[in-house]
Write a protein that binds this ligand. Sequence first.
Ligand code: C2E
Ligand code: MG
Ligand code: MG
Ligand code: MG
Length: 291
Amino acid sequence: AAKRARNGRQHWYAAHLDDEAGERLELIEDLRVALETGQLSLAYQPIVSLPDGRVVAVEALIRWQHPVRGAVSPAAFIPIAEQTGIILEVGAWVLRTACVQAVTWRDTLGAEAPGRVSVNVSARQLAEPGFADLVASVLAWTGLDAHHLVLEVTETAVFGGGQAVRTVQELHELGIKIALDDFGTGHSSLGLLQTVPVDILKVDKSFVETITMAGRHAVIASALIQVSQGLGLSAVAEGVETAEQAAELYRLGYRMAQGFHFGRPAAEPDFTRRMPLAVAGRPQAGRRPDY
Ligand code: C2E
Ligand code: MG
Ligand code: MG
Ligand code: MG
């Protein structure tokens, strides 16, 4: 803040912009190296059935252990990777790695393997006309059935129509399920749900955070589960951190949830070691939902 003082102001902005541009360039350079030298990894977070606590799916989340900066959050590097296009290579790596892991779980855990693996896909990937073919070839190469894969896209990515929507249609025709991530925070248009083949709504954690507070705070979470039910879609509540939130979500009609309360994202082999815990306990009444 001292640097912003009076005469230094103009200079500060220029220097600041340079810093930012330089920082971004460096991050992209480092990301290329990261891809080649194995600094990237995936963490897995369970998505659970509220009626019986079982793991119905697993979301793959990218992690970057930078040799100097330490852990770099995807929220920091994914947007930059998108703008420069390196997300195409990063995304392909994520997809291959997650599909290989899904096949490994099926081989080693059998019936206890998570039913589906959910992979985040960026707008830039959907805009590529060859993306569905790439996904098909990864499935063929790994031997994973299409119905064991879910691809998470954002409302904003498919809002404009065009190639992104065509890509989603192609993916859906392959038998892959489509989840709308962070639902309610983007270009929320309910009309989107009629033009894009969506199977799952992932209700954003901002609507879960306030749910156990007094007042009108559960209104949106409640409205969104009703929309999903009315349209015959599955719904997952994101960012569930407490038992109270889980209970309230269940009361509102939610049957699937994800969040620190059920399990933090964990790398292999920790994730698999914790899996039996996540699925422990005798199934209770209520049909297990389909993610
Ligand atoms: P997202 O897809 O909505 O993923 C959920 C994020 O919420 C993850 O953050 C997860 O760690 C975090 N989370 C899960 N449960 C809780 C909870 O109970 N409370 C709170 N406060 N947070 C929770 P993460 O791993 O830092 O990822 C951030 C975002 O980066 C993701 O949001 C996604 O948009 C993007 N991302 C992550 N991995 C990939 C990837 O492989 N490809 C692409 N394109 N984007 C990715
Ligand atoms: Mg996601
Ligand atoms: Mg999400
Ligand atoms: Mg989110």
